[in-house]
Design a binder for this molecule. Structure first.
Ligand code: GCO
Length: 458
């Protein structure tokens, strides 16, 4: 068996990471524009001011996506480009950009999957308290209305928030992502509570106003847990439990961010772990957060393994020395896509869409003028084979979006490493399809049938 018949093969990018045009056509500033101006915050002082200049080169970029054979493209909208103050007057020129981009995609037969929020929060609203402000879910609903009214006659697929764990955890607790704050846990979780309400409000807005019937998902992140011994039911159960546990007083968990949205409550262990730092909740909050969704979108890059130690007790298994890692030191763990899909589906009961997966690498242009990235091909092939296995085991898998279409601005890491299937020369803005882009086309054309063809048993 291969991938399901209507499986969606795509790739993703996000507004701040590629658009540039930071000051163009009336765009307001985002917290990332602000963060990049602060010394020492971003690797080598890099900024997204120009990025890959997608704002001006989107036609060429869509043509490249077409050449890659992409069926779908996951993009995000810059909230302050559309609403420079976050609320209030609409910047028509900014909104038009997305209008033209959507048209260009549809003309190329590429289905747009639109993420409403991928981290570029309006600076003007940050100055009003940001996500700590109890008004913030309504601000987000107002923004969602503007976008939905403009695009929903052509856009059917929506995602609300990308990785709340990161923009809240890294942004407000650890202070390494914008806006770069280090708040106490109670404030952080209160801000998190407002983002979950914002998610719910935006789903309500899409359902109420969209002109086409919509398919709506969410795009949190998480580290799946892999059982060392798949045949050992106890091991599988331990992995399942560990994957959804909330046992650290930080934002790195799955359930706190997904249970309210899909199951309608915070997880019990989260409430006891966070104790008095947990937000005071009205029951009606969960009625807002918990809206019917059509798919569970999730970003999966790697997982970790649990297995028995010599005494037979379950423990995290150390990765063997020399285990493959990406340029940014993330481990390569293809089984994360199998166990992630399976455990997410078991808990949340929604079809699975991988909204991001990929690897960072040190790609450069070879003497032959091409960009050879065999590691990206091998990484993606291994992960996709595991995703396929999940499908074969009865998990409804609906789509896969590779991160990323293009090399781009990797947040606090600037342009240090490259995630794209399309190479970008940041000096000349020349684009080159890497070997992986050509390979991905063959994967898409065969609906995954070519995967694993080169495998030999070692
Ligand atoms: C994230 C974001 C992306 C990243 C990608 C690689 O997961 O951090 O969604 O914007 O660029 O994941 O780190």
């Amino acid at each position: 068996m291969s991938f399901p018949e209507n499986f969606v093969w795509g790739a993703a990018a996000a507004s701040y990471q590629i658009e540039g045009g930071a000051y163009d056509d009336g765009k307001g500033l985002s917290v990332w524009d602000m963060m990049c101006r602060q010394q020492g915050r971003v690797y080598a002082g890099h900024t997204g001011d120009v990025a890959i200049d997608h704002y001006h080169r989107y036609k060429e970029d869509v043509a490249l996506m077409k050449q890659m054979g992409l069926m779908a493209y996951r993009l995000s909208i810059s909230w302050p480009r559309v609403l420079p103050e976050g609320v209030g007057p609409v910047n028509e020129a900014g909104l038009d950009f997305y209008d033209r981009l959507v048209d260009e995609l549809l003309a190329a037969n590429i289905v747009p999957y639109v993420t409403l929020f991928h981290w570029d929060f309006p600076h003007a609203l940050y100055c009003r308290g940001g996500w700590l402000n109890p008004q913030s879910p309504e601000w987000f609903a107002e923004y969602a209305e503007v976008v939905v009214d403009k695009l929903s006659d052509r856009v059917k697929h929506w995602m609300t928030l990308n990785e709340p764990q990161c923009f809240i955890g890294l942004g407000l607790l650890d202070g390494i992502h914008a806006p770069g704050d280090k708040l106490g846990l109670a404030e952080v979780l209160l801000a998190g509570h407002h983002t979950l309400l914002a998610h719910g409000r935006s789903v309500q807005v899409i359902r109420a106003r969209a002109k086409l019937e919509s398919s709506i998902g969410y795009a949190p992140t998480g580290s799946p847990v892999i059982p060392a011994d798949e045949g050992d039911e106890d091991n599988v159960e331990q992995a399942r439990k560990a994957m959804f546990a909330v046992n650290n007083r930080n934002c790195w968990n799955i359930s706190w961010w997904s249970d309210p949205v899909i199951l309608g409550h915070y997880p019990e262990d989260g409430l006891s772990t966070y104790g008095s730092a947990a937000p005071k909740v009205k029951d009606s909050d969960f009625d807002i957060m918990c809206q019917p969704l059509d798919f569970y979108g999730t970003n999966i890059y790697n997982g970790w393994t649990i297995g028995r130690n010599e005494q037979g007790r379950f423990r995290q298994v150390d990765r063997p020395q020399g285990n493959p890692i990406c340029a940014n030191k993330w481990p390569v763990t293809p089984e994360a896509l199998y166990w992630g899909s399976r455990f997410y589906y078991e808990r949340y009961g929604l079809p699975i869409v991988i909204t991001e997966n990929g690897l960072s690498n040190q790609d450069w242009v070879s003497l032959d003028g091409k960009v050879h990235d065999p590691l990206r091909i091998d990484f993606t092939e291994r992960y996709l084979l595991e995703f396929k296995r999940a499908g074969e085991d009865g998990i409804p898998i609906e789509g896969y979006f590779h991160w990323s279409v293009f090399d781009n601005f990797e947040w606090a890491e600037g342009y240090k490493e490259r995630f794209g299937m399309v190479y970008v020369d940041y000096q000349t803005q020349e684009r080159i399809l890497k070997d992986s882009a050509h390979w991905y086309r063959t994967v898409i054309e065969s609906n995954g049938a070519v995967l694993g063809a080169s495998r030999v048993e070692h």
